[in-house]
Ligand binder design. Sequence first.
Ligand code: SF4
Length: 357
Amino acid sequence: MNINFFTNQLLRWYPSNRRELPWRNTEDPYIIWLSEIILQQTRVAQGLPYFRNFLEKFPTVHALAEAPEQDVLRCWQGLGYYSRARNLHACAKFIVAHYDGRFPTTYKGLLSLKGVGPYTAAAIASFAFKEQVAVVDGNVFRVLSRFFGIEDDIGSSTGKKVFDKLANQLIPASSPDTYNQAIMEFGALQCVPKHPDCGICPLQSGCFASAKGLVGGLPVKAGKTKTRKRYFRYYYIRCGTDVVVNHRQGNDIWKGLVDFPLEEYNQDPVGQQEESSLLRELQAFTPVVTFPEAKPYKHILSHQVLMASFVKIDISTSLRNRLKTWAEAWGYLLVDGGELESLGKPILIVKYLIDQK
Ligand code: SF4
């Protein structure tokens, strides 16, 4: 295997091709951890402003641990995968409570933290503490599978083990941090998913996929996850400047954020208002003004496609107290517009509210 060639070329390529990013050139585990969690499933350009905002609002792990959950979720708003934000917050609290605000200094110790999987633990352990442990993410799968011609399925546990083993054979003891940065950057900039420019690649002379014409077929990922379609009908209930909101609990999407009272259907509910028990109850608030449902909003999550329609309902301010009692009986809250702005909301709701202006 061309191990030395591979490693040396990567380390040579990196210094003159790397992007200047604010979480590079630091050995602070808090900053590294924050950047890694924000960048999971997120492009750098999208994650960068969130990272800056988080660091400004919560400059230390203590500041993050002490913040109310709603503040953390509000800062995360729009980034998706909200369990990451909740885990981030829980993890900060844990580190402050159990380790006096100091991160564990080994891969194994880091793995014990909530929301920190093998990839993040390896990133922190190598960047902050120079431990010789390889990061294995989508970029690394791609570069290794193409260069070494590995056809194991990257979605299978056997395949993951193969890549993990190889990655840990490649990482040099002298510069594990630079090597890990280099391979990820190489996958992000040079050996990109579609149509990499192999003609200018410093690894081409040893690359299996380039020699065999298999660049488009590697890495192998079998059995894509099924996508589930869900139909939501939201009720945007206003009473003067107040709005009825739903604080999401349980194990569904968007736990901890607020949205509006909601009914879920197995098929498109538009035009089926008579089936709504919520709407029937709201009709009791005469005079009630309802607006027809507009075209549904389509919102795509990793394994779900949401089709969300909205029914807008205006209730007279003379019925405010009654509405408040009704909302609380259903487990909802009546909040004013300013408070709604400060609460963490799914981006779907934010878009809808912008469209109402
Ligand atoms: S030659 Fe092409 S496929 Fe091989 S490592 Fe370089 S960019 Fe990737």
